[in-house]
Design a protein around this ligand. Structure first.
Ligand code: 3PG
Ligand code: MG
Length: 419
C-alpha cells in the first residue's frame, strides 16, 4: 500500500513538523565540528523546497550520533543548521532544544516558507524509549507530521513513530516526504515487480548480517552474486579451505540452507571462483581501541576456491570480477549492497570497483535500473567517482537492510496510507 505524501497535503500556513535523517559523519577541526559528507542533508532539499514553496512553516527534528540522553556538545545539530542554510540559500533558524517553551515560541513566530531546525532529539533518553509523554511534547508544534527520514525509519522512537501516533490521534495528517517516497519506491516497489533479469550483488563481512536479505531476495531475483568476507563462510560450508579468512563457523548451516533454497527456486547463485589473498601479520602497534594492529602483506591472486592456511581472502579475484560483470551486463534490474573486499585499502579495492563499473555500464548500455542499497556500497561508488551514474543510491544503512529483509519499518507504518 502506498503512503500519503507531501504532494497530497494542503500545507499553506500550517506548521509541518518533519523528521529528517541528518545523522551525518562529522569530525573536529580546530575546535569546530565539521560535516564530512552532506549527502543526507542535500537529499532532503526537494521536500524542503516543496513545502516552503507551498507556504508551510517547516520545523525539522533529527538525531545526531548516540548521546544517550546527555547534552554532548560535539553532537549538536547547530553546524547542520548552518550547512542547511548554505544549501537552501536562505536562513534556517535553530533552537538549542527540541521541546519546551523556547521551541513553541520560535515555532509560533514562523512565517510561511520559514525553516527551523531543532536540537538533537537524542539529548533526551525519552526519544529512544519512544516515551508517550515526550511524543506529546514534540507534537505541540505540529499541525501536520512528515517523515523524510528513511535512514531512521527502522527505529520506533518518539520522533519517528510516537509523535506520528499523537498527531494522527488528534486528526492531523502524517505523510511521507519526497525522499522517503523515493526510497520506498526503489527499495520496495521496483524490486517487488522487477524488470528481468533481476541481478542482486551482495557483499560485506557477515552471513549473519545478510542472511535475511538473501532469503527474501531469493524469492525475487534471477541471479545472486556473493562477494565480501561472507563468501568465505559459504565456501567453508561447502567444504573448501578458507585459511585465515574472516568466517562465521557457526553460520555454515544458514549458508547451506540459502544454497538449497537457491537450487530449489532455480536462482543462479554465484560465489567467487578466485580471490585476492594476503598474509596477516601481527605488529607491536596498538590501535585506538588498544587492540594489536594487524598488517596485511604480500597480496596475490589465488586461483581456485581453496585458500592456503597462512593467508586470508581480501577481495574477489579477476576471474570472478569478470564472471560477475558478465551477469551484471545482462541485467535489467540491479540491486547492490555490500563491498566485494576490503575496498578502503586500495590494494583490495579492484573487485569492488570492477563491480561498480559493471553496474554503471549496465545502467548506461542496457537501460538497467541500478539500485544501491546504502552504507558501504554507496561509499565505494563515490570513491570510484561513479555515484552519479546509477539510478538510485539509498541514504539508509540499517534501515535499507531491514527494508530489503522484507520487514515493516515502524517509521513507515506510522504514516497514513494513501487510499
Ligand atoms: C543511521 O545512521 O544509520 C541512522 O541515522 C540511524 O542511526 P542509529 O543506528 O544510531 O539509530
Ligand atoms: Mg546505524
Amino acid at each position: 500500500m502506498s503512503k500519503l505524501t507531501v504532494k497530497d497535503l494542503n500545507v499553506r500556513g500550517k506548521r509541518v513538523l518533519m523528521r529528517v535523517d541528518y545523522n551525518v559523519p562529522m569530525e573536529e577541526k580546530d575546535g569546530q565540528m565539521v560535516i564530512n559528507d552532506d549527502t543526507r542533508i542535500k537529499e532532503t532539499l526537494p521536500t524542503l523546497k516543496f513545502l516552503a514553496n507551498q507556504g508551510a512553516k517547516v520545523i525539522l527534528m533529527a538525531h545526531l550520533g548516540r548521546p544517550k540522553g546527555q547534552r554532548d556538545p560535539s553532537l549538536s545539530l547547530r553546524p547542520v543548521a548552518a550547512k542547511l542554510a548554505d544549501l537552501l540559500g536562505k536562513p534556517v533558524a535553530f533552537v538549542d532544544d527540541c521541546i519546551g517553551e523556547k521551541v513553541e515560541k520560535t515555532a509560533g513566530a514562523l512565517q510561511p516558507g520559514d525553516v527551523l531546525l531543532l536540537e538533537n532529539v537524542r539529548y533526551y533518553l525519552e526519544e529512544e524509549a519512544n516515551d508517550p509523554v515526550f511524543s506529546e511534547k514534540l507534537a505541540k508544534v505540529a499541525d501536520i507530521y512528515v517523515n523524510d527520514a528513511f535512514g531512521a525509519a527502522h527505529r520506533a522512537h518518539a520522533s519517528t513513530e510516537g509523535v506520528a501516533r499523537v498527531v494522527a490521534k488528534r486528526g492531523g495528517q502524517c505523510a511521507a516526504g519526497l525522499l522517503m517516497e523515493r526510497e520506498l519506491k526503489f527499495l520496495g516497489d521496483e524490486l517487488d515487480k522487477p524488470v528481468r533479469p533481476f541481478v542482486v550483488i551482495l557483499g560485506g563481512a557477515k552471513v549473519s548480517d545478510k542472511i535475511k536479505v538473501i532469503n527474501n531476495l531469493l524469492e525475487k531475483a534471477d541471479s545472486i552474486l556473493i562477494g565480501g568476507a561472507m563468501a568465505y563462510t559459504f565456501r567453508l560450508a561447502m567444504g573448501s579451505k578458507v585459511g585465515k579468512s574472516l568466517v562465521e563457523p557457526d553460520k555454515t548451516d544458514l549458508a547451506l540452507s540459502a544454497l538449497e533454497k537457491a537450487k530449489a527456486r532455480k536462482v543462479q547463485f554465484l560465489l567467487p571462483s578466485d580471490n585476492v589473498v594476503a598474509t596477516p601479520v601481527k605488529t607491536d602497534k596498538l590501535n585506538k581501541k588498544g587492540k594489536p594492529v594487524i598488517d596485511i602483506v604480500n597480496p596475490r591472486v589465488n586461483e581456485g576456491v581453496d585458500i592456503p592456511d597462512t593467508e586470508e581472502g581480501v577481495d574477489i579475484g579477476p576471474a570472478t570480477a569478470k564472471a560477475f560483470s558478465e551477469v551484471v551486463h545482462k541485467a535489467k534490474t540491479i540491486l547492490w549492497n555490500g563491498p566485494m573486499g576490503i575496498f578502503e585499502d586500495p590494494r583490495f579495492a579492484e573487485g569492488t570497483f570492477a563491480v561498480a563499473r559493471a553496474v554503471v555500464e549496465a545502467t548506461q548500455n542496457n537501460g538497467a535500473k541500478s539500485i544501491i542499497g546504502g552504507g558501504d556500497s554507496v561509499k565505494a561508488l563515490n570513491k570510484a567517482k561513479l555515484g552519479d551514474k546509477v539510478t538510485f543510491m539509498s541514504t539508509g544503512g540499517g534501515a535499507s537492510l531491514e527494508y530489503l529483509e522484507g520487514q515493516v519499518l515502524p517509521g513507515v507504518a506510522a504514516l497514513a496510507d494513501n487510499s
